[in-house]
Ligand binder design. Structure first.
Ligand SMILES: NC(=O)c1ccc[n+]([C@@H]2O[C@H](COP(=O)([O-])OP(=O)(O)OC[C@H]3O[C@@H](n4cnc5c(N)ncnc54)[C@H](OP(=O)(O)O)[C@@H]3O)[C@@H](O)[C@H]2O)c1
Length: 385
């Protein structure tokens, strides 16, 4: 960090979190300096971002598309490609913080390389911890690296935890919006269309996490993420449905006090907190308006209609190879739903079957996890109801 400026690399700058991170940079430009950006398919947006922020490096993570990417000939930005380009970016000496905002298991390698190189991580890519939570947190501990949550729920818990000591935490309570089908019956869920699943009531997000939110697999992945990020056993992790998405999560301490973090749903706030931590900055995130009446409901989750939550609890408890298998099965099943091969309710049924059929390994290494990721995707392609 030089002259009070934090140098950041944004992996997945063309996505929803990536664009919100650049909004935070626009609002806090005297504190943040963009060293590198990466995009995969949206090269037009990547080029516009490169022109505006003039980073030292831009990475086109899809090797095949590198030749389609052009910057003006006088641009001082180096253009790299592929996963190797991402690794070159995150290991640069001048990068302080890596914002990990690629979607899915494709985010693991860059995040791992950044931790290995001692960089602070602002982690949006929850799949990194779902796939390889114990290995990633062990590496972060060995390298003295902070993994700071960007997920709004985990950011809320991280903030509320500062109200007590880790040993005083009784349980954490993850809030869930419940998605667009919160009140659907099982029969109605069977007929959900792609268009309906992509219309989230409170959050604007990329397509994969929006579908995950509708199945509540997103909350399942967050249970697993919380288990490893905060080092909590599953009996200390609860979920409550809170449709307004104002309370982003809560921590209950041993004396019965519950500390909650509240704000309107706006990802710029948790992104900014991960970048400003341990301080707070003025920012542009929306403010809570308490001059108008609003409701805050808390409803117990329905495990029968949303069985993904049970998968999340089971995988968080068993650990080992389960996270990588569930994550890959889900990514592949969501892709199958989006292109019309699977029905909405089959996403979770297919994940359940693939998880049950895998050879459990209590202590896989990174290569084995990547192999399991490939296997689970292929199993989903072969899956029949
Ligand atoms: N959106 C939210 O509000 C939110 C909240 C909490 C956590 N998260 C987490 O943040 C992560 C990003 O979510 P998002 O909603 O921002 O997703 P998104 O809008 O779909 O953006 C994904 C980003 O990853 C890039 N990408 C896609 N496939 C890639 C690959 N194979 N290799 C390298 N880069 C690839 C995309 O590039 P192109 O667009 O150029 O193809 C884009 O920059 C996810 O892990 C999600 O769970 C998101």
């Amino acid at each position: 960090m030089t002259s009070g400026l934090t140098n950041i690399a944004i992996l997945g700058s063309t996505g929803s979190i990536g664009c919100s991170t650049l909004d935070v940079v626009r609002a806090c430009g005297d504190r943040l300096n963009v060293i590198g950006l990466t995009g995969h398919s949206n090269l037009e947006l990547l080029a516009r971002q490169a022109t505006e922020f003039a980073p030292a490096v831009v990475v086109v993570s899809d090797d095949q598309r590198r030749s389609q990417f052009q910057l003006p000939s006088d641009a001082a930005t180096a253009v790299l490609a592929g996963q190797d380009g991402i690794v070159d970016l995150v290991t640069r000496d001048d990068v302080d913080v890596v914002v990990s905002a690629i979607v899915g298991s494709a985010g693991l390698r860059g995040t791992w390389a950044a931790i290995d190189a001692g960089k602070t991580i602002a982690l949006a890519n929850k799949e990194t911890l779902v796939m390889a939570g114990p290995q990633v947190m062990q590496l972060a501990g060995d390298r003295g690296v902070s993994v700071l949550p960007v997920d709004s729920e985990h950011s809320a818990i991280f903030q509320a935890m500062q109200g007590g000591r880790p040993s005083e935490v009784e349980r954490i309570i993850l809030t869930a919006s419940g998605g667009p089908f919160r009140n659907h019956s099982l029969d109605q869920l069977a007929d959900v269309t792609v268009q309906e699943a992509l219309a989230h009531p409170t959050w604007e997000m990329g397509p994969k996490i929006t579908v995950d939110s509708a199945t509540m697999m997103n909350k399942a992945l967050e249970i697993i993420e919380a288990r490893w990020l905060f080092g909590l056993s599953i009996d200390k992790i609860d979920v409550v449905v809170h449709p307004q998405s104002i309370v982003h999560s809560m921590v209950e301490f041993c004396d019965g006090s519950v500390l909650a973090q509240m704000s309107p749903p706006d990802m710029k706030l948790p992104i900014q907190y991960a970048l400003s931590y341990p301080r707070r900055w003025q920012g542009t995130a929306q403010r809570l308006d308490l001059t108008r009446a609003f409701e805050c409901e808390f409803i117990p989750p329905d495990y029968e209609r949303f069985p993904a939550l049970l998968l999340g609890r089971e995988v968080a408890e068993r650990g080992g190879s389960c996270g990588a298998v569930l994550n890959a099965a889900n990514e592949s099943a969501v892709a199958g739903f989006l292109d019309g091969r699977l029905k909405f309710t089959q996403i979770v049924s297919a994940c359940r079957d693939v998880l049950n059929n895998h050879d459990y390994d209590p202590n896989p290494d990174l290569e084995q996890l990547i192999g399991l990721d490939r296997w689970a995707r292929e199993e989903i392609l072969r899956w029949k109801p």
